[in-house]
Write a protein that binds this ligand. Structure first.
Ligand SMILES: NC(=O)c1ccc[n+]([C@@H]2O[C@H](COP(=O)([O-])OP(=O)(O)OC[C@H]3O[C@@H](n4cnc5c(N)ncnc54)[C@H](OP(=O)(O)O)[C@@H]3O)[C@@H](O)[C@H]2O)c1
Length: 244
């Protein structure tokens, strides 16, 4: 028996990396998964890789019309929803003194505003007893120079999880934050040169970045009844970087 048998899940930003690994695992555990991403080609490839019980919906998680289209598709195909993993997010380095308005608006627009509306617009479809998780970042727990916009735009999630679980308690919908540290994904490859990657690795007790599948298993825990008594919490999956 799978941990998500018969459940319907939405995972935003899931055509690569940790959310794609999660989508595969959720399907293996019995869920039907709706995945999103902006690039149609990458979305088609991800749907092919997952192979079954998956619907790809092209869209930008920062665009409210795209979010409406996503949930219209879920409603039409499945009628309701049990699990939402709001994973689409991102950032770029910008030290204080050099932060532009465009950088602030882009990353708060996706990580904060986009995440809030991804959750809010899902609510009419949510079954009682469902689970919401959002991808944070251990950048918001540390003091990494150059990452204040990103850290701030992710830090809001902890506050939201606490307020929302209280607002949703009568529907028994749980809200948690999944907070990765450095994970070897395509985005990492794009953002960081080898020297920067080595520097980040030196902060991780095991000296190696996380793998997408190590975040996927943490997401499965929060999505499934295995975490039925975990609510309003932040699960930090960073190999102990924050604890040091
Ligand atoms: N990698 C890390 O080390 C790390 C650490 C801590 C937290 N995080 C967080 O983990 C999440 C995933 O990170 P990642 O490194 O795997 O990211 P990524 O490689 O940039 O993106 C993963 C997926 O998200 C999609 N995506 C990006 N922006 C989107 C948007 N605006 N709307 C819809 N889909 C979007 C990408 O496809 P398209 O480009 O086609 O849209 C791709 O499918 C993010 O929230 C990130 O902030 C990452």
């Amino acid at each position: 028996m799978g941990k998500l048998d018969g459940k319907v899940a939405v995972i935003t930003g899931a055509t690569t990396g940790m959310a794609l690994a999660g989508a595969k695992l959720f399907v293996d555990e019995g869920a039907h998964v709706f995945i999103t991403g902006r690039r149609q080609e990458a979305l088609d490839e991800a749907v092919k890789q997952i192979g079954r019980n998956v619907t790809g919906v092209q869209g930008d998680a920062a665009d409210l019309d795209d979010l409406d289209r996503l949930y219209d598709t879920v409603k039409r195909e499945k009628g309701s929803l049990d699990v939402l993993w709001a994973s689409a997010g991102g950032g770029e380095p910008a030290p204080l003194g050099e932060i532009t308005e465009a950088q602030f608006d882009t990353w708060f627009g996706l990580n904060a505003r986009g995440t809030l509306f991804t959750v809010q617009k899902a609510l009419p479809l949510f079954n009682d007893g469902g689970s919401i998780l959002m991808t944070g970042s251990n950048a918001s727990l540390g003091a990494f120079p150059g990452w204040s916009v990103y850290a701030g735009s992710k830090a809001v999630q902890q506050a939201w999880a606490r307020v929302w679980l209280n607002e949703l308690k009568d529907r028994r919908i749980r809200v948690n934050v999944l907070t990765p540290g450095q994970v070897a994904t395509a985005k990492q490859e794009e953002l960081f040169d080898e020297a920067t990657k080595r520097q980040f690795e030196s902060l991780i007790p095991r000296g190696q970045m996380g793998r997408p599948d190590e975040i996927a298993t943490a997401a499965l825990f929060l999505a499934s009844d295995d975490s039925s008594y975990v609510n309003g919490m932040e699960l930090v999956a960073d190999g102990g970087t924050t604890a040091l």
